[in-house]
Design a protein around this ligand. Structure first.
Ligand code: SAM
Length: 290
């Protein structure tokens, strides 16, 4: 794996692969079938879904990200939003409360059930659609001013053809001048410099320890250890920043603005998370792209 079967830039030597194992013996290496796009459904089992909000702590997360997404969407005149990675509903609920018209989609029925419950406790009825990104337009027949795919979700796609298909589906449900807002971990920094974070922005819960159990150019496997002793794992594809931006442009988003921990100016290795804001608006003459 990781030896040039897609164009993600994550080409790797066996030596580099060994170097990136953090105390995992050969026998303990994740099997190849953990590097599968469809694995996300099995990973978000009910136990983990119930723990997810403990992990991300809604109040602390709202405080740390502030009104970044609300302001970015308002500045660009967005009204209708499709949340394609609803998860337990954090952004759907925040955007509803800020007055946006929101439809909440996710491929996992467990996540959607939890999101619906969370929203109704806050007095909202979520409009939910179970839809896999790769077949989004089969299930969603509206267009939106913005599609949001947040919380490091896009990383769940392991094949380049799935990533291209998902982005093309996101592009198609955007209005002619719509936006895609997609975030990811700063995998360049994890791959090149090793993992270090204070979890300031996303995983704000105090009662959980998040750490990579295994990192190579084709797989970042994170362990989530909770205070009660329970442990869960998520397998992710380590998306390099320029690779993600290139795919976005190649499916048709002309301008891609990338923020590091919500700032437009940042040093490459500093931020934990990157947010890409991609514009569908088409200019006949190619101007400076971002
Ligand atoms: C890391 S969670 C993030 C949830 C939420 N956005 C947040 O920030 O808390 C990723 C979500 O993406 C969903 N997901 C992953 N792959 C998917 C796919 N191919 N199609 C639809 N949903 C998918 C998962 O079910 C999960 O709810």
């Amino acid at each position: 794996m990781g030896t040039g079967n897609d164009s993600s830039g994550n080409v790797q030597t066996e030596a580099a692969r060994r170097r990136q194992y953090r105390g995992v013996t050969d026998d303990e290496k994740p099997s190849e079938d953990t590097r599968e796009t469809d694995h996300y459904k099995a990973q978000y089992v009910m136990g983990f879904v119930n723990k997810w909000d403990e992990l991300i702590d809604w109040d602390a997360r709202a405080e740390s990200e502030g009104d970044f997404f609300i302001e970015q969407l308002r500045e660009r005149g967005v009204k209708r939003v499709l949340d394609v990675a609803t998860g337990t509903g954090f952004h759907s609920v925040r955007l509803l409360e800020a007055g946006f018209d929101v439809v909440s989609a996710d491929g996992s029925p467990h996540m959607l059930a939890k999101a619906f419950e969370n929203a109704s406790r806050r007095g909202h009825i979520l409009r939910t659609v179970q839809a896999d990104w790769r077949f989004l337009n089969r299930d969603i027949h509206q267009v939106f001013d913005a599609v949001i795919c947040l919380g490091n979700s896009f990383t769940h796609l392991f094949k380049e053809r799935d990533r291209r298909k998902a982005l093309a589906e996101f592009y198609a449900v955007c209005a002619h001048d719509g936006l895609l807002v997609l975030d990811q971990r700063n995998y360049d920094s994890i791959l090149d410099d090793g993992y270090s974070t204070d979890h300031a922005y996303y995983y704000c819960g105090e009662s959980v320890k998040v750490q990579p159990e295994h990192v190579d150019d084709g797989l970042a496997r994170f362990e989530y250890a909770f205070e009660d002793g329970s442990k869960y794992h998520l397998n992710m594809f380590p998306l390099r920043r320029e690779y993600t931006r290139r795919l976005m442009r190649e499916v048709g988003f002309q301008k891609v603005h990338t923020f590091g921990d919500f700032e437009i100016d940042f040093e490459d290795s500093d931020p934990d998370f990157l947010v890409h804001i991609c514009e569908k608006h088409y200019e006949l003459e190619e101007s400076a792209s971002d």
